[in-house]
Design a protein around this ligand. Structure first.
Ligand code: LMR
Length: 394
């Protein structure tokens, strides 16, 4: 039986991680996978997470099963962080998931059950695992224009023109903030226009929010998602705690489904629970419990917000330093977009050959579409990167 299996396409981000690990060169620079690193190149356990783990070790008296949708307190705490009071709680169904990827997978399964002929619209470009999961689940997809490679900004006119083709029953996948892979984001007035267009077409928005707090701040980064949640009848939201709580390997995420009216919410919730049962029964609990403890405790929450804010400001500082260094070394301000982009990533707009030269000649690793992870830099490596970018002619 197993001999019938064919080789699967390689995940580019995962392959790059392996390639970097195997590179023996000292001074190699990893700007690949979207993992936050401090100036020492370490992905630290956040202070509030450590503190919550200590308390949990003391008070946790059982590791028996939670609910199929996870602990309801987690759903309440994380949906509160993402949605604020933008939507009435009786319209909201949630189920804990193994990470943001788990939430996306489950959302696509839910779409398949509710609207099997749906086309799922994806920004061009998007996180490569989006189309991969959709294809795996046998759903149709289409691209909408998103990134203008010349200005390195959002091609908003192109986006709106393409999304006008979405139909009722279709789903439009949007990045809540910190667009991956480009770093180019919608403004709030643009979110409003998107919301109005979706309402007109009848397509359902699905929002992937994996970097809340990494862009302009926790509240600011949720503003687009909240606007959509408060203005459209049905919304799906996949939230991840991997990055903003730094708990990547704990696999902590939440799928939220907003129904048109409170009368529908019970059935929506029951379907989310059913899907969990079919796929893995109970979602992982450790990370979800830590997040709940942090969000519910005033002191832990304040400390977490404080540390997250310094992470965010550190990345902004690196962006400004890199833009400045590139201006100096290239003698032009064509790289000003690096300081305008938000979140972990920026797309440089380089050719695959230039990206390859950065790796081969300079030991600098970034994804082949020229996405760089700004958090992989520090004050010393910024000039090294700027010099290499200029040397390969980007
Ligand atoms: C990334 O885009 O690098 C991250 O979201 C990690 C991943 O799973 O791809």
């Amino acid at each position: 039986m197993l001999t019938n299996l064919n080789a699967q396409p390689v995940d580019k981000i995962m392959a790059l991680m392996a390639q970097y690990r195997e590179d023996p060169r000292e001074g190699k620079i990893d700007l690949g996978v979207g993992v936050y690193k401090n100036a020492q190149g370490v992905t630290p356990v956040m202070r509030a997470v450590k503190a919550a783990e200590k308390v949990l070790w003391e008070i946790e008296g059982t590791k028996s099963y939670t609910g199929l949708a996870g602990d309801p307190a987690f759903g309440q705490a994380l949906s509160g962080l993402v949605l604020g009071d933008s939507v009435a709680s009786d319209r909201l169904a949630c189920a804990a998931q193994p990470g943001g990827t788990g939430a996306i997978h489950q959302a696509v399964e839910l779409i398949k059950m509710a609207s099997p002929d749906a086309t799922i619209w994806l920004s061009n470009p998007t996180w490569p695992n989006h189309p991969s999961i959709i294809k795996h689940l046998g759903m149709k997809m289409a691209d909408y224009r998103y990134f203008d490679n010349d200005s390195r900004a959002v091609d908003f006119d192109g986006m709106m023109a393409d999304l006008a083709g979405a139909k009722a029953g279709d789903v439009v996948l949007l990045h809540g903030c910190c667009h991956n892979p480009t770093g180019a984001n919608l403004t709030l007035p643009q979110w409003k226009e998107v919301a109005a267009l979706l309402e007109k077409t009848g397509a359902t928005p699905m929002i992937d929010i994996a970097y809340q707090g990494f862009g302009d701040g926790l509240e600011e980064d949720a503003a687009g998602t909240r606007l959509i949640a408060s203005s459209l009848p049905e919304v799906l939201i996949a939230a991840s705690c991997s990055k903003n709580f730094g708990i990547y390997r704990e696999r902590t995420g939440l799928l939220m489904a907003i129904s048109d009216n409170a009368g529908q919410t019970g059935t929506t919730q029951q379907n989310l629970t059913h899907l969990n049962r079919q796929n893995f029964s109970f979602p992982p609990d450790h990370g979800a419990r830590l997040v709940t403890m942090i969000l519910e405790d005033e002191g832990l929450r304040a400390d977490w917000m404080d540390e997250l804010e310094s992470v965010r400001k550190g990345m902004l500082g690196l962006r400004e330093q890199l833009a400045g260094e590139l201006q100096k070394q290239a003698g032009s301000d064509r790289f000003g977009f690096v300081a305008e982009h938000r979140g972990m990533f920026s797309r440089l707009g380089a050719t695959p050959e230039q990206v390859e030269r950065l790796r081969v000649e300079h030991g600098i690793y970034m994804v082949g579409d020229s996405r760089l992870n700004i958090a992989g830099l520090n004050a010393e490596t910024v000039p090294v990167l700027a010099e290499a970018i200029v040397a390969v002619g980007i």
